[in-house]
Ligand binder design. Structure first.
Ligand code: GRF
Length: 226
């Protein structure tokens, strides 16, 4: 797997990248900090055959007590914990990168990973890190996105799966799913309905990336017709 460039080096507008020359199955590494419902949804999609040609190589958490890491252990998956509190970002990330490499991870999936990645981390997996965000980016990046959207008074909320670049909640968008805001909603009920769509969106996004049948042109994720 590599980044292909059909244009002279340095051309960002026409940069293309894909996973065409990837290994089979695609080995994903999941990074999480909390309950891990997105991780569990991905795991269930693989188990149920909705997500083919993909396997979970390792689940990593920066929080020892994270519910997601407990669930991963119970499922018998390889796990690792690197507690990040009090550590320099670059040193912590070096441990995580080494672990991902040791497990031969092709694609990193951030699933509620509450920690910014260092530039070194992003450079170690170029165009190979996905994140899920509970808002329709570029609206409402950052923390408490569902509440931000609700308080703003939007009529349509949603979620985004995107490639990670050096800016917060910013890289090329792979999948978005919209969620209408109901008159009866509060921020909590809206977040719950967005979460249901997140679980669908992450599987869709991984399937699209795993197919290798796409290009990233500038910041646009474009599916290729066969
Ligand atoms: C999700 O809302 C996700 O969009 C955000 O963090 C939350 C993680 O939830 N980045 P879970 O741990 O996957 O249940």
């Amino acid at each position: 797997m590599r980044a292909d460039s059909a244009e002279p080096e340095g051309s960002t507008q026409t940069r293309t990248a894909s996973m065409t020359k990837r290994r089979m199955p695609l080995r994903i590494g999941i990074l999480l900090s909390g309950r891990g419902s997105n991780f569990l949804a991905i795991h269930e999609s693989i188990r149920a055959g909705r997500l083919k040609g993909v396997e979970i190589a390792v689940v990593i958490s920066n929080v020892a007590e994270a519910g997601g890491i407990k669930a991963a252990k119970e499922l018998g998956l390889p796990t690792a914990v690197f507690v990040s509190r009090g550590r320099k970002r670059i040193e912590h990330d070096a441990n995580v990168i080494a672990c991902l490499r040791a497990h031969r991870v092709d694609l990193v999936c951030l699933a509620g990973y509450m920690r910014l990645l260092s530039p070194e981390f992003i450079a170690a997996f170029p165009d190979r890190i996905l994140n899920i965000h509970p808002a329709l980016l570029p609206a409402f990046p950052g923390l408490d996105a569902q509440k931000q959207a609700f308080d703003y008074g939007v009529k349509v909320a949603g979620c985004t799966v995107h490639f990670v670049d050096e800016h917060l909640d910013h890289g090329p968008i792979v999948v978005q799913r919209a969620v209408p805001v109901l008159e009866t909603d509060d921020a909590h009920s809206l977040a719950e309905r967005i979460l249901v769509e997140e679980h669908i969106a992450y599987t869709e996004a991984i399937a699209q990336v795993a197919s290798g049948n796409y290009e990233v042109r500038g910041r646009c994720f474009v599916k290729r017709s066969r």
